[in-house]
Ligand binder design. Structure first.
Ligand code: SAH
Length: 219
């Protein structure tokens, strides 16, 4: 991964983690390490590369976005990951969040519905040397039953409600982080599946692109 870095990108990334992530209260050491390691600038289009480490989301084509660094850190920390975990991500997009997860856990399954993004992310994650990521082009609101159940599920697009199939594919003791709301704003929810039922906590307001699919928005 180092081959993609220069003195400059290393410094920008270090500043990103210190000023945007640590300064705002993210403490999970695995999350901080992952965000120090993954070269965010290679996941961003050439035309936006100069602002890859800035404190906001950026366009990645097809009307989609790569999330703001802090949101990536916050969602990842909320998943309370263990290195042994198997994680499902819905909405591969640029593949940046996928790489952050792959730095922390043993196995990541990720689903994207737009072919051009899927192809680009597949190529990039492969060229970065990740061998613990399984990718699929399909409707992620249905989950990935053949690979489940999962210790953690992360949805990186805004849903009208929590898709039932994702709850079903979560292990007992498993955690899910998902933005739920209308088309314009959502609440970031942390869901924990226990033997006694579902526990839900709100992590705050957010704004994501739409989760489009059978158990999401219909376009
Ligand atoms: N995690 C991404 C964020 C991408 S934005 C990153 O770090 O870059 C959300 C992504 O979710 C988009 O790429 C969008 O195409 C995808 N998406 C929306 N609905 C989906 C669905 N039903 N299944 C899979 N992917 C979906």
């Amino acid at each position: 991964m180092m081959i993609h870095d220069t003195e400059r990108t290393l410094q920008l990334r270090e500043e990103m983690v210190a000023q945007q992530i640590e300064a705002r209260g993210i403490t999970d050491r695995r999350v901080l390490r992952a965000m120090r390691v993954v070269p965010r600038h290679v996941f961003v289009d050439e035309s936006h590369r100069h602002e890859a480490y800035s404190d906001y989301p950026l366009p990645i084509g097809e009307g989609q976005t790569i999330s703001q660094p802090f949101i990536v850190a916050e969602m990842t920390q909320a998943l309370a990951l263990d290195p042994e975990d198997k994680v499902l991500e819905i909405g591969t997009g640029s593949g940046y969040q996928t790489a952050v997860l792959a730095e922390i856990v043993q196995s990541v399954c990720t689903v994207e519905r737009i072919e051009s993004l899927y192809l680009r992310a597949t190529q990039l994650l492969q060229s970065l040397g990740y061998r613990n990521i399984l990718m699929r082009l399909s409707d992620g609101t249905l989950g990935w039953a053949e690979q489940g159940p999962f210790d953690a599920i992360l949805v990186t697009a805004g849903a009208p409600h929590v898709p039932r199939s994702l709850l079903q594919q979560l292990k007992e003791g498993g955690r899910m982080v998902i933005p739920v709301g209308d088309r314009f704003s959502q609440e970031l929810l942390k869901i924990v599946k226990t033997e006694r039922g579902i526990h839900q906590t709100g992590l705050g307001g957010c704004r994501f692109v739409k989760l489009v699919g059978e158990h999401g928005w219909n376009r």
